[in-house]
Write a protein that binds this ligand. Structure first.
Ligand SMILES: *[C@@H]1O[C@H](CO)[C@@H](O)[C@H](O)[C@H]1NC(C)=O
Ligand SMILES: [Mn+2]
Length: 725
């Protein structure tokens, strides 16, 4: 029995939802094993005409969404010959995130989802991706590509597949599998290398910084170099040089002499700077080296971005740099700024310096970073900034909350607007609705940009978990099915928000209400969780699933991800998702996360409800083990849809939570919304009407008092009875 449970526990694919890349592929490259829910298509099953049909390879049938990649593959294979390589690995992004100019895997395969790794050999091409992208892959890949469904029991690992399909070389002239060292993580490299060494074939990894896809990418977008923005210390809560002091304290704890930052949000957070090189992610291309007596920041085009911009130059205090360097009291301010492309060479020199014995490198960093530091000096672990960034300080908390309020006002206005537009019979599509939503966000004072491309999905498109409407798929929104909207914004005050609501503009089917209510119950049960310090998100993920599990339902994605402060919509090191991950941190006060269960019926509809919550201290009557106890506070204020809720399925606690949440929406956004848009305010008030709970005493505490009074009376009666005996 125990074994069976264990198997079940690991049998779902847990992946992060919401935004495009941020949790990026180095984190995403965690294998999500075995997905028993989504089975491969069975023989004889009819293939819908929205998907490729490769049954007859001489006459494949394609939907209009298919991207034809034959020429791209031919061109790449010609370049592979120049490396004398029989295979080439193309991970989903660049060394940090995915600027459009680095979305090589998307361009090559045509599959536009953020997760997925492809490998091209001289006569095969394969794409590994997870459950979020199975449907999308069938819609976009042509028959040149094998879809490797991560999670299916019979899907081979990338290295096992290579060992299978590649011919063996000889000891002197082994078969080469080529890769770009800046885009392949060190741990990924090791997986391939170890597997090749164990195999009976002579196969080796071959690293070369010339990226072969770039050589053949015909309409490749420019890599941009947008101006930097300063994150006001009022919202950041701490000057960058004070953050560096704290970082050094962490380095001392592990005796590290040098720390290397490769993640763009780590560098952006450290220096209170933001950029715009990657759509929706306010980061800029950078690496940072922190040593005990100096810090080196590598950015592109130093003159344009720093030297010639007085505001940024002052922020980084370059003018008095020479006076602080070498001064033991002030060396936290000793900052050098160098050109980005000198980083790898520099790293080699810096790490080679006398006195540098231990170099702290993120376990997620690339082969290129590790390869430039002598192996004996490697200290591989999650960098300290991950947790410093995730646990928001008071100013960051204020900023997160403020941004969520501004965002909620926009989303409330939108929901009111779309409901009326549908009533008036306006012709709306997924794309036109998303565009309208953007206009509401833009009216908010601190709005900067979307935090990811909105998932505006009607009916069957709602079941494509990471759906983005395109001209080919753009569906008309009607009264006959559910409409799912997952969107968010970046705000100057330091917030990335990510809110999902599902609506129905006509008469919902029973299954819609059943699904909506169970997902909502999951949202609430997770939000109500109380847990001791040291608890990981994986320990409470099941709370959100239980109402679905009870019905034999589930969803193939994680329940929650961390959220950056005017940074990435996905950030670690915490998450709410079953399964172990290296570097994951337990939940603690000041962390923000999404609470986003869902339910999807392929080719029919999707329900997802997502609310940003913050970890706060729980007021428990006891503190067993002298531990702090935590719970969640919702910070996103968008009503749930009364029409879709079957209240009779919900517990008293759930109903009370819902009423309190709706009351809080009125308090938090009511005054501002009323001032801005009276009609939307009236709508919000209607949507947040308290539902009667089937007890006279609606709150927990009132019930407790009631129960205690009864108990007291009973005890008294019994005592009196005893007295007389
Ligand atoms: C990378 O490949 C190019 C072209 O084959 C070659 O000229 C260059 O020397 C290679 N670089 C390394 C580091 O092997
Ligand atoms: Mn999300």
């Amino acid at each position: 029995m125990a074994r069976k449970c264990l198997l079940l526990m690991t049998s779902f694919a847990f992946v992060t939802l919401g935004a495009g890349l941020p949790e990026a592929f180095f984190e995403g490259s965690n294998r999500f094993r075995s997905d028993s829910v989504q089975r491969s298509r069975r023989e004889g099953d009819e293939i819908p005409d929205t998907q490729r049909d490769c049954t007859d390879l001489s006459n494949p049938r394609y939907p209009p969404t298919t991207v034809h990649t034959g020429e791209r593959l031919d061109a790449l294979r010609r370049e592979m010959a120049s490396f004398d390589a029989l295979a080439y690995i193309i991970p989903p992004t660049d060394s940090h995130y995915g600027a459009p100019c680095h979305r090589r895997r998307r361009w090559l395969t045509g599959m536009s989802g953020s997760a997925g790794l492809s490998i091209v050999t001289t006569d095969e091409a394969a794409l590994w991706t997870d459950g979020r992208y199975f449907l999308q892959s069938e819609q976009q890949l042509d028959c040149n590509w094998k879809l490797m469904r991560q999670g299916d029991a019979d899907t081979p690992s990338e290295w096992d597949w290579l060992i299978d399909v590649l011919p063996s070389g000889t000891a002197e002239n082994p078969t080469r599998v080529a890769f770009d060292p800046t885009v392949v993580s060190f741990s990924m490299y090791n997986s391939y290398k170890d597997a090749f060494e164990k195999s009976s074939k002579h196969i080796v990894m071959y690293s070369n910084e010339t990226n072969l896809v770039d050589l053949v990418w015909t309409d490749r977008p420019e890599c941009t170099n947008e101006p930097l923005m300063i994150m006001d210390v009022k919202w950041a809560g701490q000057e960058w040089w004070d953050k560096i002091k704290d970082v050094r304290t962490e380095m001392q704890k592990v005796d590290a002499d040098m720390l290397v930052l490769h993640a763009l949000d780590d560098t952006a957070w450290l220096f209170n700077l933001r950029g715009a090189d990657i759509p929706n992610n306010p980061v800029f291309s950078a690496y940072t080296i922190v040593k005990m007596d100096e810090t080196i920041l590598y950015i592109k085009n130093v003159d344009k971005l720093v030297t010639n911009v007085a505001e940024i130059r002052d922020h980084l205090k370059r003018s008095d740099q020479s006076s602080v360097c070498g001064n033991a009291q002030q060396n936290h301010q000793c900052l050098h700024i160098r050109e980005y492309n000198t980083f790898l060479g520099d790293l080699n020199d810096e790490a080679d310096t006398a006195g540098i014995d231990k170099v702290w490198i993120s376990h997620l960093a690339s082969y290129g970073v590790y390869g430039n530091v002598a192996e004996a000096k490697h200290y591989s672990a999650a960098v300290p900034i991950r947790i410093m960034k995730a646990v928001k300080n008071d100013n960051e908390i204020e900023g997160m909350k403020e941004g969520n309020i501004q965002d909620a006002i926009a989303v409330n206005e939108f929901l009111h607007w779309i409901e009326n537009a549908m009533k008036d019979g306006e012709e709306l599509t997924e794309i036109s609705a998303a565009a309208k939503l953007a206009t509401f966000r833009e009216e908010q004072p601190d709005y900067v940009m979307p935090s990811f491309e909105s998932i505006s999905a009607f009916g069957p498109n709602g079941a494509v978990i990471h759906y983005r409407p395109s001209e080919e798929t753009n569906a008309k929104i009607t009264n006959d099915n559910l409409y799912l909207l997952d969107s968010g914004g970046q705000f100057k005050c330091g917030t990335t928000v990510d809110t999902t609501r599902t609506m129905h503009f006509g008469t919902p089917r029973e299954v819609h209400m059943q699904a909506y209510t169970r997902v909502l119950m999951g949202v609430i049960d997770l939000a109500m969780s109380i847990f001791p310090e040291g608890t990981y998100g994986r320990d409470i993920d099941a709370h959100a699933r239980q109402p679905l599990w009870n019905h034999g339902w589930d969803y193939r994605h994680g329940t929650g991800h961390g959220i950056g402060a005017m940074l990435n919509v996905h950030e670690g090191p915490h998450r709410i998702r079953i399964g172990y991950r290296e570097g994951e941190a337990p939940l603690e006060y000041g962390m923000f996360a999404s609470d986003e269960p869902g339910y999807y019926e392929d080719n029919d509809f999707g329900v997802r409800l997502e609310t940003v919550v913050m970890v706060i201290n729980a007021d428990t009557p006891n503190n067993f083990g002298d531990m702090k106890y935590y719970t969640f506070e919702p910070v996103a204020f968008v009503p749930f849809e009364p029409k879709l809720i079957k209240y009779e399925m919900m517990s008293l606690d759930q109903l009370n939570w819902l009423n309190e949440y709706h009351q809080k929406i009125r308090e938090k956004i009511g005054p501002r919304l009323r001032q801005k848009n009276q009609d939307a305010y009236d709508w919000m008030i209607r949507q947040t009407e308290a539902v009667p709970v089937p007890y006279d005493s609606p709150t927990d505490s009132a019930q407790t008092i009631f129960a205690n009074v009864i108990l007291l009376m009973t005890v008294t009666v019994v005592s009196i009875f005893n007295l007389f005996n």
